[in-house]
Design a protein around this ligand. Sequence first.
Ligand code: ZN
Ligand code: ZN
Length: 213
Amino acid sequence: MARNYHEPDPFRYALGAFIQAARSTTFMLAKERSAFDNFDWYSEWVEKAKKDPVLAWINNARTAIVHRQSLEPQSWLEMQCIGNPRQPEDPDDEDYRGPLRGQVSPFECTHYYMNTGGPWVEDHTHEFTRHWGIEGLEGRELLEACADVYDRLDELVRDAHRRLKASMLSHGRDNSPRSLPCMEDIIKHRVIRTTLRDGREYWDSEPPGLHSH
Ligand SMILES: [Zn+2]
Ligand SMILES: [Zn+2]
């Protein structure tokens, strides 16, 4: 999901796969109930989960297929021009035209907006900031919400293993608030920069393996 944050369709599919995987975690755990002497702790967890907004959202999502319409009202993409010599950023400059940022459709991938300026554009930087939100989880950013879901389920599965005195592998770093290290800094997945150089626009730290245009 993080890798595809700037690729709307792959992001949607990854989100669907995450929802499905999250649900099958509790489903599988419930199926293993006979392994535990007492399963009340799980029923208690289920009751608590109903009051937890991110877990309630995972549970209430009708299907794992995430439609564009469910993302549309709460998602956005902002594009900002930085350091364009033709467009001064100093408000005192007589050529100043206001801050160079604008909202564009989040349903086009970031590649789509690159190299649209033409070869005459002077060297400068573009910053793309995205926010994915979904119905049923108003006011939350999706990557962070999913990282929360992951942490809650990780804790649940860990607890189940403890009760069975079984050991379990951990991906988390010591003292990290997240069980997945790549989710510690979500902003780096959401905000990316491109550089215009000699009429070409380059994505500075593009995740490997995205499609080419
Ligand atoms: Zn620009
Ligand atoms: Zn793309």
